[in-house]
Design a protein around this ligand. Structure first.
Ligand SMILES: [Zn+2]
Length: 390
């Protein structure tokens, strides 16, 4: 059976009425499930539905549920519940309402990115070559971070009726994205940006040392490149691939980082009672995500197509099929937001192409960001897929 899940924010479900929203998604959009953000970064959302008190929803982010302390005994970290929840825990009611309707509940977990948690635990944050902890990225090598994520997956998958947990950014940062205004007057070049994005925190240094890499030389090498840019005012002209070819130690470090992410996903899978699906975004240098190595440790990979060119969709799905070995283990993320979507045609064509490629489950972004009239676009796409895919 073809599955259509709408990505949703919990606050939209709560403010518009959990039963009303689920009925609408099932009836008007033909959705078979919802994927609800359960741990999230900051957001400043324009709400088009007008069924809510304010057109704007602002949140510094955090956990969208009340953590059960029993699951976090082996870490100094705890999920930080988002302010707007106060003492409530509406995720439980969403779970019940999904079960009642036969809709699948999916949890969408942003793992290492978020300013509330990184601010609370600066000792667990990514730390760059200048020794500065990131205000909004956690280091996925840090043992407290790994246990915090493992505990969160155990907590969610044991205490709520999740059919699937989706991992977003269970990796190193995919770029230099920050919640602050970046103030910079120097061009480091693409490889230089990668170097200054690398985590060189104590956990990463100790992990390298444990695994036989010369951590002190790696740090000195990165510092040397960055110092030369700052004093010589010349960006690093090489591409990242060329730089690591010229510096085998950096190639070893990049490979080590990938191994760390793969072992993290393997660890998370052991504590997950539901299906575990990983968003297929990021690469082996920045995110340190080697999806072919990760694929055996999750139930599916979910590439995200936020584009208008269906050739891009082909490439995304084919790459994920190569990683997993089967289209049955590939799901696809699509967007009904503008951009990229400005009418139903693109959404229908994208779902049609996905079905042709063997994909049987799509997620659509995002209930609380789209005018209600677009639920009919989703319905058109879904009707086609059901007919074709059965
Ligand atoms: Zn680190």
């Amino acid at each position: 059976m073809f599955r259509t899940n709408l990505w949703c924010y919990l606050w939209d479900l709560v403010d518009e009425g959990i039963d009303d929203v689920l009925d609408r998604l099932k009836g008007e959009a033909g959705a078979t499930g919802v994927s609800v953000a359960v741990n999230y970064h900051s957001a400043d959302q324009l709400r088009p539905h007008g069924r809510v008190e304010s057109r704007r929803f602002r949140s510094a982010g955090g956990a969208q549920f009340q953590p059960n302390a029993a699951h976090y005994a082996s870490t100094r970290m705890r999920p930080v519940p988002a302010d707007w929840l106060r003492k409530g825990n509406p995720l439980a009611a969403v779970g019940e309402a999904c079960v009642k309707r036969g809709m699948s509940l999916r949890g969408w977990l942003v793992c290492t990115h978020g300013s509330v948690v990184a601010g609370r635990y600066p000792g667990c944050a990514v730390k760059d070559a200048f020794g500065q902890p990131s205000p909004n990225w956690l280091c996925p090598v840090n043992l407290d971070v790994r246990e915090y994520l493992r505990g969160m997956i155990e907590d969610l998958s044991q205490n709520y009726p999740f059919e699937t947990i989706e991992l977003e950014r269970a990796t190193f940062p995919a770029d230099l994205h920050t919640h602050f205004h970046d103030k910079m007057g120097v061009d480091f070049g693409l490889a230089g940006d990668w170097l200054r994005g690398l985590c060189l925190c104590e956990s990463c240094r100790q992990g390298c040392f444990r695994d036989g890499l010369d951590a002190a030389r790696i740090v000195a090498l990165v510092e040397g490149y960055l110092d030369r840019v700052l004093t010589g005012d010349e960006p690093i002209g090489q591409r990242i691939e060329e730089l690591v070819d010229a510096e085998p130690l950096l190639e070893d470090f990049a490979a080590w980082r990938c191994g760390q992410i793969t072992s993290l996903i393997k660890l998370l899978k052991t504590s997950c009672r539901s299906r575990l699906v990983m968003h297929r975004s990021g690469d082996r240098f920045w995110s340190a995500a080697d999806f072919a190595a990760i694929a055996p440790h999750c139930d599916a990979l979910l590439p995200i197509f936020y584009d208008t060119d269906l050739e891009v969709l082909n490439r995304l799905v084919q790459a994920a099929v190569e990683d997993t070995g089967s289209a049955e283990r590939v799901e696809l993320g699509l967007s009904a937001c503008t951009p990229p979507c400005s009418g139903p045609d693109l959404l229908v064509a994208a779902v049609k192409r996905a079905v042709e490629l063997g994909v049987r489950s799509v997620n659509i972004y995002n209930y609380g960001l789209i005018p209600l009239s677009r639920l009919e676009w989703v319905h058109q796409a879904t009707r086609y897929a059901r007919r074709e895919a059965g």
